[in-house]
Design a protein around this ligand. Structure first.
Ligand SMILES: Cc1ncc(COP(=O)(O)O)c(C=O)c1O
Length: 394
């Protein structure tokens, strides 16, 4: 019993995954080693075809990282120096970094309290003559309010880049915060039931190992329905080459390698099941955490729970983390800073009050397809006890 209690509950134990997939992964890696072909290659072509079919897009382009996917996505749309891109203040740094690094300006707007995603009501006020695009992030696996965002983008002739780094497999189900807003029904009908990454003009995915579909190294993916965007992304990932040694533009070395593609091909067929397990564990947290002095994440049908992030009173958040840590339970704070404080050439429009508040209240709990029932029970019990204890001390 004591042994069980001292074992650690980590945010995600990838060794459990490799253990389960050991035979298949071994075979796939050996296939690549025997082929003698390690960069791009038929493995990458095959992965791109399979993942494009899964996501419901015409093109998927394998890249080195999600960050590169964002930079290359922006480049394919011709976004650069002086342009403005409206995005969320509450995300991982790369979201804003990709915009800034091209000399464009991220324009931050606040997020929704219960989804952590860009507040679509605030986008219109941030639009001016330099605005070229909106870049929503499907944070923690929760699809952003894409119908409302699309309506604003269409009205002002803006492009949409989806940051899907945390949301592969998530579906726009139309039951989110844009449900009550009025916009053309045709938009909702076009988007409902489609996976993120197929909703805007171009999308960027991270295939970092901890993501819902992760490589065993860095990896990224750009998706689009546009032949021109896909063609340019393929050029940009390979030094701007149109054909060998013919460089038509300044590009990058951002090629997905064959071993990662082969591993991703093994994992892709499991993704639906893994996301289902994540949803089941989120539903279980909802029951287990009932009555806790905390706000639980808003559920929508298409959410894939890359993170399970609750909000607790800011004055006790760090003490709670400490108690969980003493009980060998890992937690994380995604994110302790808003992007406006990190990005040199960004600006914000309107108050970022919700985002700022979230940095002091959010607490991400362990969630993964491999999280055991008794581990989840322990997380919940420890949290209940820790909140009671903290309250008694205050
Ligand atoms: C929202 C978001 N955007 C972009 C990225 C960048 O992806 P990568 O780490 O693969 O470069 C991440 C990575 O965590 C992310 O969470």
């Amino acid at each position: 019993m004591a042994e069980i209690h001292n074992s650690s509950v980590t945010m995600l134990d990838l060794a459990r995954e490799t253990e389960t997939l050991w035979g298949e992964i071994n075979e796939a890696v050996q296939r690549v080693l025997r082929s003698g072909s390690f960069i791009l290659s038929r493995e990458v072509d095959a992965f791109e075809e399979e993942v494009a079919a899964y996501l419901g897009v015409r093109h998927a382009v394998g890249l080195n990282s999600g960050t590169d996917a964002l930079v290359i996505a922006l480049r394919t749309l011709g976004i650069g120096a002086g342009d403005e891109v409206i995005t969320t203040a509450f995300s991982f740094f790369a979201t804003a970094e990709a915009i800034s690094i091209l000399g464009a300006h991220p324009v931050f707007v606040d997020v929704e309290e219960d989804t952590f995603n860009i507040d679509h009501h605030r986008i219109e006020a941030a639009i001016n003559e330099r605005t070229r695009a909106v870049l929503p992030v499907h944070l923690f696996g929760h699809p952003a309010a894409m119908a409302a965002i699309t309506a604003v983008a269409q009205k002002h002739d803006l492009l949409i880049i989806e940051d899907c780094a945390q949301a592969i497999g998530a579906t726009y189900t139309g039951d989110g915060t844009d449900l009550e807003v009025s916009y053309p029904n045709s938009i909702r009908e076009r988007l409902i039931g489609k996976r993120v990454g197929s909703l805007g003009d171009v999308a960027a995915f991270s295939l970092y190992p901890t993501k819902n579909l992760g490589a065993y190294g860095d990896g990224g993916l750009l998706t689009t329905d546009s032949d021109d965007i896909a063609k340019m992304a393929r050029q940009l990932r390979n030094h701007g080459e149109s054909e060998r040694y013919h460089h038509q533009m300044l590009g990058y070395n951002s090629r997905l390698d064959a071993i990662q593609a082969a591993i991703l091909r093994v994992k892709l067929p499991y993704l639906e099941g893994w996301n289902r397990l994540r949803r089941e564990k989120a539903a279980r947290y909802k029951t287990l955490l009932d009555g806790l002095e905390a706000t639980l994440p808003r559920d929508v049908l298409g959410h894939v729970y890359h993170q399970y992030t609750i909000r607790v009173p800011s004055e006790i958040r760090d003490a709670l983390r400490g108690t969980l840590d003493e009980a060998n339970i890992s937690t994380q704070v995604y994110y302790p800073c808003t992007l406006d404080t990190l990005t040199p050439n960004g600006k914000s429009v309107g108050s970022l009050e919700v985002s700022w508040k979230l940095t002091t209240e959010v607490l991400s709990l362990p969630i993964s397809p491999y999280l055991e029932t008794d581990e989840q029970d322990r997380v919940a019990e420890t949290l209940h006890r820790a909140i009671e204890a903290t309250r008694m001390h205050n």
